[in-house]
Write a new protein. Structure first.
Length: 584
């Protein structure tokens, strides 16, 4: 374990905390946390032996001299309790310090996560992995090409995590057909290298060719081919990724740290069902989520130890919750169970830590725990735009707006064609009081896809923040026309109607959402938005109390969303904000 010496001393960072070994201070986001000497010494003893059991006897020898006569058990228990209180930790549900009854304690969080994660203003050079071309006429091979591309992006993102950013799959998908030249890709995505390849799959055999091109000099750095049994595709992918990373390392990078290329456990028997499940998951439709769940479960029936499939099930439930397909009381326990199992099988699955962060953030309202998970997921794969996206929303909800804007903009650099990131940048800017910039951000999404419904909703939110409710109503209507009755967009339409002098329409929307909630799931926060826009503060707070009890995900926006200014000052609203630990 390494110490940071940025201030001249030895500092161990973990999550949002740092322990200064020289001054004996514990700090949380730079602010000192009051902690007595013995609890701090226990913390240091645990931090310097992460994921190892530190026995009670070892702690006794650390804290008290051999000839000291004290009630050791009581003193140690009291010191550990004070340490947990300072960290906001719990013995029943530990995030940092695990108790092993009658044996000792173990530190759980990844030390130095903040130290090794690249800063938000990431200036790493970037690599694009183009969609592997199907070298046969058989369309049945397309899912395997798509899966190979995705796995290469994930694997290279891990292998090169501290040096090179790997562009996300959404942004390279457009190069599946047509001009795939390095010049074009470099110009449009701003990358320094392009990895291009082909896949031929016939009669149970796979032949893969790949080449790595440096854009600036139009130089072929490396090319190779592999051939093997179709059941060994994971092994072939691993070999290609290691060769590509090694080529880059020889050309432009220092030698990688020991163990960097050690592969996570991979299982190839359920690969085909996994690829099909991912295809349905990316559809982001009601049927798509249900089909993804079915295929992930079929894959697990073949191999119950497949960590990526377990993570896929968790991700399906989490995203389905956001899209109103699953109710929180159904989705959250199922996602958490699957995610924890995935991390038990393979603790290095970055998606598992991302999903854990989402659950802590959006349903448990555990801000520190969420940040720790997001940072660790980013440590494992700094090129994952999804992690930065979710981390940006957390920072925005906590009022850390400059950091949030930097994070979402970096996510867009890593995945410039992801429509949802442009829509989210707009929302982050609106929350930061920069709604005019938000309109500029979402305009780029409309250029790529004028019909993307979420972007119309983001634009409507920016227009509401700029006190242009009639235009906001038109924008929300366009979103509804393109995306159907998505509850969040429907609620935005009602809010805009109320604020533009059309309360009758707002009440019709409120009635429609209440009816929809009887047969499915509509967040109570959406109902509260309409009551607040109609000037019904008491009813809005009642709905928010119901949302809090149900752990609705949208409650995390309570302190940052400009719409809630309409009921600011209401005693019940302010009490809710304080109860959630948000800064008003």
């Amino acid at each position: 374990m390494r110490d940071s010496a940025g201030d001249g001393g030895r500092v161990i960072r973990f999550g949002v905390f740092e322990a200064d070994l020289d001054s004996g201070e514990l700090r949380r986001r730079g602010a000192r946390v009051r902690l007595q000497e013995r609890p701090f010494r226990i913390l240091v003893a645990l931090l310097t032996r992460p994921n190892e059991v530190v026995t009670r006897q070892q702690l006794r020898e650390t804290l008290w001299a051999a000839d000291t006569f004290v009630d050791f058990d009581h003193g140690l228990d009291a010191a550990v309790n004070k340490l947990r209180e300072a960290l906001g930790d719990s013995a029943a549900n530990p995030r940092f310090i695990e108790t092993l009854p009658r044996r000792g304690y173990r530190f759980l969080a990844p030390p130095n996560a903040a130290e090794v994660v690249p800063p938000i203003d990431d200036r790493r050079r970037r690599l694009a992995v183009l969609p592997f071309a199907n070298a046969t006429a058989d369309p049945a091979n397309e899912p395997f090409c798509e899966g190979l591309t995705q796995e290469m992006i994930i694997r290279l993102g891990r292998l090169l995590r501290n040096s090179i950013g790997v562009i996300a799959s959404n942004s390279v998908a457009r190069y599946r057909d047509g001009d795939r030249s390095a010049d074009r890709v470099g110009r449009e995505l701003g990358v320094e290298w392009v990895l291009d390849g082909t896949l031929r799959r016939m009669n149970g055999r796979v032949r893969i060719g790949a080449q790595l091109v440096e854009v600036a000099g139009r130089t072929l750095l490396w090319a190779d081919t592999w051939e093997g049994d179709a059941m060994d595709e994971f092994a072939l992918q691993r070999e290609i990724a290691i060769h590509a990373a090694g080529s880059l390392a020889r050309e432009v990078l220092p030698p990688p740290p020991d163990g960097l290329a050690a592969p996570a456990k991979e299982v190839s028997r359920c690969r085909e069902r996994y690829i099909v499940a991912q295809h349905w998951l990316h559809a982001r439709t009601h049927a798509g989520f249900l089909n993804a769940l079915r295929h992930f479960r079929d894959a697990l029936a073949e191999d119950p130890e497949c960590a990526v499939c377990l993570s896929g099930i968790a991700q399906t439930y989490v995203l389905g919750l956001e899209y109103g397909v699953f109710r929180p009381d159904e989705a959250v326990p199922a996602a958490k169970s699957s995610m924890l199992r995935a991390l038990e099988v393979d603790p290095m699955v970055s998606d598992g830590h991302l999903i854990l962060g989402f659950i802590r953030h959006r349903t448990e309202y555990d801000w520190d725990g969420a940040e720790t998970s997001y940072l660790y997921a980013r440590q494992l794969n700094p090129s994952c735009a999804d992690t930065l996206h979710n981390y940006a929303t957390l920072l925005s909800h906590l009022g850390r707006h400059d950091e949030a804007v930097a994070a979402i903009r970096l996510a867009r650099r890593l995945d410039p064609c992801a429509l949802v990131l442009g829509a989210e940048e707009c929302c982050v800017l609106v929350n930061a009081g920069r709604a005019s910039e938000g309109l500029q951000a979402v305009a780029s999404v409309h250029e790529m896809d004028p019909g993307y419904p979420i972007a119309h909703n983001s634009r409507a939110r920016a227009l509401l923040a700029l006190h242009r409710p009639a235009e906001a109503y038109d924008a929300a209507q366009r979103g509804l026309a393109r995306g159907g009755s998505i509850p969040a967009i429907l609620a935005t339409c009602g809010v805009a109607a109320a604020r533009s002098g059309r309360p009758g329409i707002a009440r019709e929307v409120l009635s429609a959402l209440e009816s929809a909630d009887q047969g499915g799931y509509v967040s109570r926060v959406q109902l509260a938005r309409l009551h607040a826009a109609l000037g019904e503060a008491d009813q809005a707070v009642t709905r928010l109390e119901e949302a809090y009890a149900r752990r609705d995900a949208e409650m995390t926006e309570l302190a940052c969303e400009p719409e809630w200014r309409a009921i600011r000052g209401h005693e019940g609203f302010e009490a809710l904000v304080a109860r959630m630990g948000l800064s008003g």
